[in-house]
Design a binder for this molecule. Structure first.
Ligand code: PLP
Length: 364
């Protein structure tokens, strides 16, 4: 079976096997990682190794802190403004789809005003704004965007600049939930990167936040203490009990990326190939279509529609029977979506393409 789920997503088979082998008795310690105290030296070693491996994979500079926290990416929609609006100003947003709009809504819910300074609404979220379209407000405290819109299948092909009209640079904040670790990244361009784990990092229950050290002290005083990046950083992400097992599994995924894949440049090449061949199959068919501008087509989430909606149900039923799971599009947009996260092997994409061609020949 191949799992094309958008999230929680497939995990690498090698990681699941390793976790199975270690589940009851972690390396001779006589207990499961799930049963360990988060303060036990064995567990602290697991947690620290995971951070070290993530730092190595993404080449995270020393003046960034890495937090392993909880509440999903959705909680970061609130935590980010709480942590960055302590000195006034307003959050500025780029709006390129559903997740970005949820981040805007949360900032407005909490702090009233949060201008969208560039949007792809006018083109139906089929192409991201160009660099020249992005003009921040004079009072911008930071600029937030969503690197990859998981539902629309729209991905930025550049890193925006977060500069106010007066030339002042402000922190760039990015929701990378569905694209982190898909390839190399220049972390130094960002103030804050956050990502829910359940796509390319590990199981749900964990959120990774990468935050530049100078941003740890801009928080509003009135926020819940578990939101507080400074407090989380000082406590090694252990203010309270962290999502210990998810953190451990994320560590296994980082090891897999390092040792089995060979790092993020290698992962990037595989992801390029997977996405290119699926889009090529869609573009060369009469039955399938994807509306996104070529340069903004997501590598991780490939939505497509069938020319005749009545074929949706048989397509999904037959795909399922062929072991190609979770291809149904998000309920808000319909159609199909194949998520090609890191753990989806190239063979899965080949099998999907063969199935699609066969289906088109028989039913198209
Ligand atoms: N942001 C993006 C880009 C996502 O894809 C998702 C979830 O699918 C979220 C945010 C919300 O994540 P969570 O469910 O962890 O709150």
């Amino acid at each position: 079976h191949y799992n094309f789920c958008a999230g929680p997503a497939a995990l690498p088979a090698a990681v699941l096997e390793r976790a199975r082998d270690e589940m009851l008795d972690y390396r001779g310690h006589g207990l499961s990682v799930m049963e360990m105290s988060h303060r036990a030296p064995e567990y602290v070693a697991i947690a620290r190794q995971a951070e070290a491996d993530l730092r190595e994979l993404l080449a995270i500079p020393d003046h960034y802190r890495v937090l392993f926290t909880q509440g999903g990416a959705t909680l970061q929609f609130a935590a980010v403004p709480y942590n960055l609006l302590g000195r006034g100003g307003r959050a500025n947003f780029l709006h390129t789809g559903i997740w970005g709009s949820k981040a805007v809504a949360e900032a407005r819910h909490l702090f009233g005003d949060a201008p969208v300074v560039a949007s792809s609404e006018a083109n139906g979220h089929s192409a991201v704004p160009r660099p020249d379209d992005i003009v921040l407000t004079e009072d911008a405290a930071y600029l937030h965007y969503t690197a990859n819109e998981t539902i629309g299948g729209l991905e930025f092909d550049f890193v925006p600049e977060a500069v106010r009209p007066d030339g002042g640079e402000v922190p760039l904040v990015c929701d990378m939930s569905s694209s982190i670790l898909s390839g190399p990244l220049d972390v130094s361009k960002f103030g804050i990167i956050y990502a829910g784990a359940q796509k390319n990092i590990g199981p749900a229950g964990l959120v990774v936040v990468i935050v530049r050290e100078d941003l740890l002290d801009r928080a509003r005083p009135d926020m819940p203490s578990l939101f507080d990046y400074r407090a989380l950083a000082d406590a090694g992400s252990m203010i309270n009990t962290p999502a210990t097992y998810s953190w451990y599994l994320a560590g296994l995924v980082f090891q897999w990326l390092k040792h089995d894949i060979g790092g993020l440049a290698a992962m990037n090449a595989i992801n390029d190939r997977k996405a290119a061949k699926l889009y090529a199959a869609i573009d060369s068919s009469e039955l399938y279509a994807n509306p996104i501008a070529l340069r903004n087509r997501s590598r991780m989430n490939v939505p497509f529609v069938l020319a005749d909606e009545r074929l949706d149900k048989p397509f999904l039923a037959e795909a399922d029977a062929a072991g190609l799971l979770n291809l149904k599009g998000h309920r808000s947009v319909g159609g199909m979506r194949a998520s090609l996260y890191n753990a989806v092997p190239e063979a899965a994409v080949d099998a999907l393409i063969a199935f699609m061609a066969d289906f088109e020949q028989r039913r198209g």
